[in-house]
Design a protein around this ligand. Structure first.
Ligand code: COA
Length: 376
């Protein structure tokens, strides 16, 4: 009888050509490219890489840019129809869930649904943000790059090049990352031959949780609560003693520092060279060092290290993105990977339907142990 693995830990659920997460070596390879090499690319380039299998030639990159622009423009036109359910939602992820669910996106996952969904996510999150601050939503400019236009729709005016570059680096870095919870969710939905919009709505729900994409906001809250490097060890120890987890540390696969942490730190260094210094970076570095030491003492041998969310929080803050939008901006990058997985899963064409082991009573009242029952 097969063993039950809580959390499906180490269970292989797909074969993929999209990415390899090397948990011991601390490497992330996306379609053959190390993540460090992709970080200088644009979100459009990585959509091409994920969706087509190779980095796009200039003509294809321009077509993707136009397609994403059309997707944003269409989503903005649909905003009225989406209405209060999205724009007055209590948080940005609830806005995305409601707004994306209302989309009449084409079912073809690549490119048509990709453009529509990636476009919609940026438009809805920006419009929700503007509404929540009492401002009017800003119409997209389809001629701009995706990252550029997202910052413009958020801030109401064009953002400096250094910020656009920083956001592109971020979106690229988080676009694809193995069989994480939201990607698995999208693949399960796709395996039922449901549509791409449904797969992305389900994935958004999965991404929202604090153990997955919901961690970066709490990372900044933690840095605020700690306040100074000196206070970090005692604060962290008290947190663990209260049974809470340290946000931005630990990972199911990585037993070393998440390679994306360094990529995001590099983006922060580039921003600093361009004159945009992060207010959190020195403290974040000190807290990271303290957290690793405290967690090593707390869980000897477990090697809980910094994950992507830790420096996501610092980078997005430096880019001027408010913390209420961190998970939604993560979704703006990850949607490229979700859709590539939806396309891959469709090609598998086999319903995902695992088994469970029944451990409840039988109608005759017997309490046979789980080892006596077939999993159904
Ligand atoms: N702080 C404190 N303890 C942690 C921890 C953290 N950040 N991460 C893991 N642990 C503990 C777990 O509670 C577990 O203890 P237990 O055996 O008493 O239950 C032990 O270390 C081993 O955990 P592990 O198997 O490595 O974690 P996981 O694979 O179940 O979970 C995460 C991975 C990411 C969900 C987990 O590390 C976590 O909750 N991190 C904080 C949230 C976060 O940053 N999420 C973003 C992920 S990209």
């Amino acid at each position: 009888m097969d063993a039950f693995k809580p959390g499906l830990e180490d269970v292989v659920v797909a074969e993929t050509a999209l990415s390899w997460v090397d948990g011991e070596g601390g490497r992330l390879v996306v379609r053959g490219h190390p993540i460090e090499a992709l970080a200088t690319r644009s979100f459009e380039d990585v959509c091409g890489l994920l969706w087509d299998g190779a980095l796009p030639a200039p003509a294809r990159a321009a077509a993707i840019r136009r397609g994403l622009g059309r997707g944003r423009a269409a989503a903005f036109r649909a905003l009225e129809r989406v209405g209060p359910a999205a724009l007055e939602a209590e948080d940005a992820m609830a806005a995305l869930r409601a707004g994306v669910a209302a989309l009449a996106a084409p079912d073809e996952p690549l490119d048509a649904a990709g453009f529509a969904l990636a476009g919609a996510i940026t438009v809805i999150l920006a419009a929700w943000h503007r509404r929540s601050t009492g401002a009017d939503p800003v119409a997209p400019d389809p001629a701009r790059g995706h990252a550029d236009d997202l910052l413009r729709m958020l801030g109401g005016r064009p953002a400096p090049h250094a910020l656009v570059r920083g956001l592109d680096s971020y979106l690229v870095t988080v676009a694809e990352h193995g069989m994480n919870a939201s990607t698995f969710t999208a693949r399960v939905v796709a395996s039922t031959r449901s549509d791409a919009v449904s797969a992305v709505v389900a994935a958004l729900g999965s991404l929202k949780g604090p153990l997955h994409g919901g961690a970066p906001g709490p990372v900044l809250d933690m840095l605020d609560a700690i306040g100074s490097a000196r206070r970090a060890p005692a604060w962290l120890r008290a947190e663990l003693a209260a049974g809470r987890r340290i946000m931005g540390l630990g990972h199911r696969i990585y037993r070393v520092r998440d390679p994306r942490a360094l990529v995001l730190e590099t983006a922060l260094a580039e921003l600093e060279r361009a004159g945009v210094a992060s207010r959190y970076l020195p403290l974040a570095r000190a807290v990271e060092r303290a957290a690793v030491a405290v967690l090593d003492a707390h869980r000897p041998g477990r090697r809980l290290r910094t994950n992507v969310e830790f420096y996501t929080a610092v980078l997005l803050d430096a880019l001027g993105v408010p913390r209420s939008l961190f998970t939604a901006v993560f979704a703006a990058g990850r949607v490229a990977g979700w859709l590539a997985h939806v396309a891959e899963e469709r090609a598998v064409a086999r319903l995902i339907r695992p088994r469970q082991r029944y451990v409840g009573p039988l109608p005759d009242g017997t309490e046979a142990g789980p080892s006596l029952r077939a999993a159904g």
